[in-house]
Write a protein that binds this ligand. Structure first.
Ligand SMILES: [Zn+2]
Ligand SMILES: [Zn+2]
Length: 334
């Protein structure tokens, strides 16, 4: 099968992705093989290719926003049939027996296997996944093009939204407006919340306004019109964390979405941190994922996207790095 492989991490302009012809993988006992029809390209794939995150498996096929058709079953796999549509996210499998798995915190499982990082991912014609960790898309009416980005920014956004503890009628603030914030905005507005977005990008400001943000600006320069009950913060710079906290009520929760972060300094503890709860998004959980897929289907959630051919993946990732993509996300169509 054709696959884009990272063997050596380097700047995306120096082509860390190499086209290889790999054997079609055989599913293990409880695995299914999925013929990939769509795979979203994520900023995490860029970090993996460029070396911002160390490689876990060498060589590795990136890609963890996968939609495809079940094509072969392991000897003990019986959840799906050949021909069923499924989704595959970052969460490829966990041990199922550790204390975190048993209490429903599978994202903290020390034996977690991540698609496109610990095991080969969706920048290839076929992927393997433990059958219990595939998302069931048989009764979902959203198109596969719209479902692929839901497999990462969609379900990650829902995770952040849920742990923020925000409730109907409350105010939500967000800093950074990528696809994850976009999905949160769509859901929050469907629930009648007031949403304030801080972003520097004029293009993102336009999209945030178009989809109903109640205030769009830049909290580096000005305050929100009101203090918010929850704040979801995406950038990898710690510089604005105190500014974000300063725009929250003392009972608020701040959720940090980044994987890496420059130092965070809090100068005024009493005014800006006292009372608040700070949480981070860590990996992905199936319960929030399945819940979000249902919700996205009900709301018919689409997203402005650039469709990328398999051959164009390396160039598409250069465009992603340069901020030159058309729409909010890129989706490879096989
Ligand atoms: Zn992702
Ligand atoms: Zn476990």
């Amino acid at each position: 099968m054709k696959a884009w492989v990272v063997e050596r991490q380097k700047k995306i302009e120096e082509h860390p992705l190499v086209l290889k012809n790999l054997p079609v993988p055989e599913p293990g006992e409880h695995e299914i093989r999925v013929k990939v029809t769509h795979c979203g390209i994520c900023r995490t794939d860029l970090h993996i290719a460029e070396g911002d995150i160390p490689l876990s498996k060498v060589p590795i096929v990136p890609g963890h926003e996968i939609v495809g058709i079940v094509d072969s079953l392991g000897t003990h796999a019986n959840r799906f049939s050949v021909g069923d549509r499924v989704g595959v996210s970052w969460l490829n499998s966990t041990c199922g027996t550790c204390k975190y798995c048993l209490r429903g915190d599978e994202n903290y499982c020390p034996s977690i296997k991540r698609t496109g990082y610990d095991v080969d991912g969706g920048f290839a014609e076929y992927v393997l996944v433990h059958e219990d960790y595939a998302f069931d898309l048989r009764n979902v009416s959203l198109s596969s093009e719209n479902l692929a980005p839901i497999m990462c920014p969609g379900i990650t956004g829902h995770y952040a939204f849920r742990i923020s503890g925000i409730e109907n009628g409350e105010r939500l603030g967000m800093l950074g407006f990528g696809p994850t914030a976009y999905y949160i905005l769509r859901v929050a507005k469907s629930m009648g919340m007031e949403v304030y977005i801080s972003t520097r990008s004029p293009e993102h400001k336009k999209i945030a306004k178009k989809y109903g943000a109640d205030w769009v600006g830049n909290i580096a320069q000005e305050d929100f019109p009101h203090k918010v009950d929850a704040f979801i913060y995406f950038p990898a710079t710690g510089k604005l964390v105190e500014r974000a906290l300063a725009n929250t009520v003392p009972a608020a929760t701040l959720v940090l979405g980044a994987v890496t972060m420059s130092p965070i300094y809090i100068e005024n503890y009493t005014a800006n941190l006292w009372g608040r709860t700070v949480k981070t998004i860590y990996q992905v959980r199936r319960d929030y994922g399945a819940e979000f897929i249902k919700l996205a289907d009900k709301l018919n959630l689409d997203i402005e996207k650039e469709i990328v051919s398999f051959e164009d993946v390396p160039n598409a990732m250069v465009r992603l790095k340069q901020g030159k993509i058309k729409g909010m996300v890129q989706v490879i169509k096989f």
